[in-house]
Design a protein around this ligand. Structure first.
Ligand code: NQM
Length: 353
């Protein structure tokens, strides 16, 4: 490993990740995690001796391998590397980085490019779910240039369309792990939900918030952070996640009435820093909660006529589709993201401390 590891560095949606091949990493998870910490520069809030960006959204790793499943082309293991702690977690997926996995799988020869677009079937190893991605590949090679825009990323790029089947209970075993659409923790109404991402949905007004607060303002409020963390620690076991003291889930999503023509407004603790926008699966989970009449999300939402939900967040809006069957079950979900290759080369992890 001292001679370096082949690496793609990519933006996926509103996040950034190092994309590595499983075959280039130690097979043992503990050794791999130790290597990823050194590679990203953790623990250090600035990750100055690594290539992490000093923020959870730019301290992410995607590990790819050819899939041996008949229904998938590529296995995608997501690893969240904590910037300021010597800690990594595979106990969550990441839908933003998933957008980068499509083109990366083609770049790394796991999927042959078609003209004008390529379907990439991804097995998301963290949760066991599958995604179908459509990557733009005119003339049989990946293009990152295009006209699609997503809030939270300047400019435009080629779209990556993403479709998900059966996300419900991805980590908690059931869409509503407590069997209820509304629970009460520390005197607060909340929906404990997992439609791709374990989330605790809370009314922001119950914390005296307006929904216009910036992530920096929310992060500066130590009393608010402590209240939210106390609820999270109680919610973890209720969601079958066990002790979540050191876990990056559940995400804590405060919801507000929409303020910019969307369905609902959000501020998300992921779980200690506040998201600059919102995660893909978190947005799908929030949109799903809007459909549950007892949820605090339903009470503040301006529900759409069809299946398209615009979820407001600190940098704009995220569009997700959630398709509900007549009997109330959630069938499919989807979204559109963009991705870009930033760098391809060899990464040199810091030596052991
Ligand atoms: O919810 C950040 C991100 C994510 C996760 C986080 C994500 C998702 O925006 O699918 O994409 O919540 O940790 O990259």
């Amino acid at each position: 490993m001292d001679s370096g590891i082949p690496c793609l560095w990519m933006r996926g949606g509103t996040s950034r990740a190092v994309v590595l091949m499983a075959a280039d990493l130690p097979p043992d998870a503990e050794a791999r995690n130790a290597l990823l910490l050194r590679l990203m520069g953790s623990p250090d809030p600035r990750q100055i001796d690594g290539i992490g960006g000093g923020d959870p959204l730019s301290s992410k790793v995607a590990i790819l391998a050819p899939s041996d499943r008949a229904d998938a082309d590529v296995d995608y293991l997501f690893v969240q590397v904590f910037p300021d702690r010597a800690q990594v977690s595979t106990a969550q997926g990441c839908g933003n980085i998933l957008a980068a996995v499509g083109p990366a799988a083609i770049e790394r020869g796991l999927v042959a490019a078609q003209d004008p677009q390529t379907a990439v079937r991804v097995h998301m190893v963290n949760t066991g779910e599958r995604a179908l991605l459509r990557v733009q590949s005119p003339g049989g090679s990946v293009t990152y240039d295009g006209t699609a825009a997503i809030d939270g990323v300047p400019g435009t790029a080629a779209p990556v369309a993403m479709l998900f089947d059966g996300l419900a209970g991805s980590m908690c075993g059931a869409l509503l792990p407590t069997g209820r659409a509304c629970d009460r923790i520390d005197g607060m109404d909340c929906t404990l939900i997992d439609n791709g991402m374990p989330c605790v949905i809370l009314r922001g007004s119950d914390f005296g918030l307006s929904g216009r607060e910036t992530p920096a303002e929310l992060e500066a409020d130590a009393a608010l952070r402590a209240r939210i963390e106390a609820i999270r620690l109680e919610a973890g076991p209720m969601m079958t996640l066990g002790d979540v003291t050191h876990a990056s889930v559940p995400k804590m999503t405060l919801v507000f009435p929409p303020m910019a023509g969307g369905v609902i407004a959000t501020r998300s603790f992921i779980p200690h820093r506040v998201h600059a926008s919102i995660g893909v699966f978190a947005a799908v989970s929030v949109a799903t909660a809007c459909l549950l009449p007892e949820s605090p999300a339903h009470a503040v939402a301006n529900l759409p006529q069809g299946t398209d939900f615009s979820v407001e967040h600190p940098s704009g809006q995220a569009e997700v589709t959630v398709d509900q069957a007549a009997d109330g079950t959630i069938r499919r979900a989807g979204t559109l993201r963009t991705a870009r290759k930033l760098m391809e080369g060899t990464v040199f992890p810091r030596p052991r401390l």
